[in-house]
Design a protein around this ligand. Structure first.
Ligand code: NAD
Ligand code: TYD
Length: 363
């Protein structure tokens, strides 16, 4: 048996592939374009594993995807591939439309054609699992209830709008063509291999480099954090037992204001790798101009996946963030290797006028 995943060299995808192959002998075809966010170093521990077949390419490349589906006959496809960084989507939405909408559309067309030609049993058993985000539901006020699967879609950034469009396409392929799809909408992930343009890894990396810790606006925006390996276990469970055509929200009931997150990271670093001058890392916190259209609060109501599929996260925020900070301290080479090329250009563009050295990258 074989599964095909897209975007398996990115943050969540690579954690998923590692997790999958640690628990299963089922072959993984990993199709990834290796954009700035794709990193084969995440998968070096699999270099001798014949069950991991990496293919560099675009999930929207119809000829390539058709050929892979024909050759490997997967029983399921899992779609992780996307442009995923909100701030980048504000500076340059075009790539998000191209990848997240057009790419998903092309991929769906290929999978539909492949699925249509399967024998009856294989057709029934087949799954298209689409990995999406809670950001499609928009922003909550402090007192609103958390997002359920029935919340209206109200995406506010080009990133979340492009993900919302891809979710709608996936849904339509089920309703129109019967393609056996399932969608997951997960809250913010954190953990190993997280690219240091996102909040938590950026803070860990900048703190150690003696650079400013850039907090947008008042730092009171709330996100709902889930350790990445818990997201992986949720996806496995949904693939195994989720009902076709359904949507599952994934989250760990861990709402935190951004400033609390930054203080927690600083306190862990004070403990695990104190500053040479003995001062606390939170002295490096710097307030910078807020993100345009910044969503105030996300929160996931995870009762459906918990009650219907029996899924629960293994980590609390306290255990997960400690493991994460320790992972970055243990892997300085991984960090150094990603801090080059287009990443450096990005940092200059995003933080340039306000905090010239804001992202822990040597000029
Ligand atoms: P990421 O940016 O770290 O990785 C994306 C991966 O997709 C990279 O390896 C990249 O090379 C690859 N990719 C991009 N365009 C491609 C294309 N055209 N063809 C093939 N591969 C391509 O993203 P992530 O944080 O790992 O997110 C994975 C998925 O999970 C995304 O769909 C994202 O929307 C969703 N998600 C992320 C979070 C989060 O907190 N990071 C939360 C919920 C959902
Ligand atoms: P991010 O990790 O980009 O995830 P998302 O925007 O998808 O939720 O950001 C998480 C939160 O942290 C978000 O409210 C924006 C904020 N943030 C900062 O305050 N400073 C930063 O430098 C970054 C990258 C994010």
């Amino acid at each position: 048996m074989t599964i095909l995943i897209t975007g398996g060299a990115g943050f969540i995808g690579s954690n998923f592939v590692l997790d999958w192959l640690a628990q299963s002998e089922e072959t993984v075809i990993n199709l990834d374009k290796l954009t700035y966010a794709g990193n084969l170093q995440n998968l070096t521990s699999l270099s001798e594993n014949p069950e991991h077949i990496f293919v560099e390419g675009d999930f929207g490349d119809v000829a390539l995807v058709n050929q892979l589906l024909r050759a490997h006959q997967p029983r399921a496809v899992l779609n992780f591939a996307a442009e995923s960084h909100v701030d980048r989507s504000i500076h340059g939405p075009g790539e998000f439309i191209h990848t997240n909408i057009v790419g998903t559309f092309n991929f769906l067309e290929c999978v539909r054609a492949y699925w249509s030609g399967l024998a009856a049993d294989a057709k029934t058993a087949f799954r298209f699992l689409h990995v999406s985000t809670d950001e499609v539901y928009g922003s909550l006020s402090k007192t609103d209830p958390a997002f359920t699967e029935n919340n209206k879609y109200e995406p506010n950034s080009p990133y979340s709008a492009s993900k919302a469009a891809s979710d709608h396409l996936v849904r339509a392929y089920h309703h129109t063509y019967g393609l056996p799809v399932i969608t997951t909408n997960c809250s913010n992930n954190y953990g190993p291999f997280h690219f240091p343009e996102k909040l938590i890894p950026l803070m860990i990396v900048n703190a150690q480099a003696g650079k400013p810790l850039p907090v947008y606006g008042d730092g009171q925006q709330i996100r709902d954090w889930l350790y990445v390996k818990d997201h992986c276990s949720a996806i496995r469970r949904v693939l195994e037992a989720g009902a076709v055509g359904e949507v599952y929200n994934v989250g760990g009931w861990n709402e935190k204001p951004n400033l609390d997150i930054v203080h927690t990271v600083c306190a862990l670093l004070d403990e695990l790798k104190p500053r040479a001058d003995g001062k606390p890392y939170n002295e490096q916190i710097t307030y910078v101009t807020d993100r345009p259209g910044h969503d105030r609060r996300y929160a996931i109501d995870a009762r459906k996946i918990e009650s219907q599929l029996g899924w629960k996260p293994a980590e609390t925020f306290e255990t997960g963030i400690r493991k994460t900070v320790q992972w970055y301290l243990d892997n300085p080479e991984w960090v150094a290797n990603v801090q080059s090329g287009s990443y450096k250009d990005w940092v200059n563009r995003q933080y340039g006028d306000q905090a010239p050295a804001a992202a822990g990258v040597a000029a």
